[in-house]
Design a protein around this ligand. Structure first.
Ligand code: GLU
Length: 315
């Protein structure tokens, strides 16, 4: 499954160039402020990291700055859930793009509490409710254990930011509304457990370096190429990554496919995780977001990297 990689010096040179291109655009964006704690982050931060399936890692800028996973967590919660209980989470969820904002309530109401896909908030809250365990604490422990086993690190490498968790728990009224609609349609059994788990998983912290490392299984058919540990089956991995391509970048999924050409998952904290199957993962972090809510710097940097290293899956 490993595909040809450029030489290490070329990867680092491409990364440095992409980082400069991305950093120069950060001034055009704004940090998310609908979760008050996120508004406090410095918009000029910008880092990017690459991990290759043969174990090399490269970084530029603020790649060791700690930020919250937010929506990037959805890829890992989906992986953890399907690893534990197969496809049952899809009994009440489809796999189609939504065409609405990630927190939209409209389609969920029209479609009787069945989320469009696992990467919008409704689908992610449903997925969180399927994490093994009875309580939110048990579910989050399982989620962080999954991150630990995917990354070959310890659970302590993925602490929860209590400040961001509290901030979202205090203001996440829409997410509670989504959960209530799903509860009404008997799609989730317990609103409090589902949203508490979801808020906490979004507040789990990582760095661009650890995010790229943790995601390596996604570029390797579901198996961590460095430890040899299988996280999810090849067929499941195919689905998790394909959903990133169709629903991972909010309402910019089309232009991202054209400009970058890599299945990616974005988050309001400014992370963008991209997978080049059989080759490498890239994690960018720049909290200055563009009009569609994606990190301006990370998107530009990914475009530059994909072009120079010929990474697009559509080539
Ligand atoms: N915790 C955020 C929310 O639910 C995650 C959104 C995102 O990163 O897209 O609003």
């Amino acid at each position: 499954m490993t595909r040809t990689l450029p030489a290490a010096a070329e990867i680092q040179a491409a990364l440095d160039e992409a980082w400069r291109i991305g950093r120069d655009r950060c001034g055009d964006g704004r940090v998310a402020d609908y979760i008050p704690e996120l508004a406090r982050v410095d918009p000029s931060l910008f880092g990017i990291a690459i991990h290759t399936v043969d174990g090399q890692c490269f970084s530029a800028g603020d790649a060791d700055y700690r930020f919250t996973l937010q929506s990037a967590s959805k890829v890992f919660s989906l992986s953890a859930v399907v690893a534990d209980s197969g496809e049952t989470v899809f009994e009440h969820m489809s796999v189609e793009p939504s065409g609405d904002a990630f927190f939209s309530i409209v389609k969920l109401e029209e479609e009787k509490g069945q989320p469009r896909n696992p990467y919008i908030n409704a689908g992610a809250i449903l997925t969180s409710s399927h994490l093994p365990g009875e309580t939110a604490d048990q579910k989050i422990r399982h989620f962080r254990t999954f991150l630990a086993s995917a990354s070959g690190m310890d659970r302590d490498a993925f602490p929860v930011s209590e400040a961001v968790y509290r901030s979202e728990a205090d203001t996440g009224h829409r997410n509670r509304a989504l959960a209530e609609i799903m509860r009404h349609h008997k799609v989730i059994p317990d609103v409090e457990v589902a949203v508490e788990t979801y808020f906490r998983q979004c507040a789990v912290t990582c760095t661009a370096e650890s995010l790229a490392r943790t995601s390596l299984y996604l570029a390797n058919g579901g198996k961590d190429p460095l430890t040899g540990k299988r996280l999810i089956t090849p067929a499941t991995n195919h689905g998790v990554v394909a959903l990133m391509a169709t629903s991972g970048m909010y309402d910019e999924v089309g232009s991202h496919a054209i400009e970058v050409g890599l299945p990616s998952k974005s988050s309001v904290s400014g992370a963008v995780l991209a997978v080049a199957p059989g080759r490498l993962t890239i994690a960018g972090f720049g909290p200055a977001l563009g009009p569609m809510g994606n990190s301006i710097g990370a998107m530009k940097a990914l475009g530059a990297l994909a072009e120079r290293l010929e990474l697009s899956v559509y080539r």
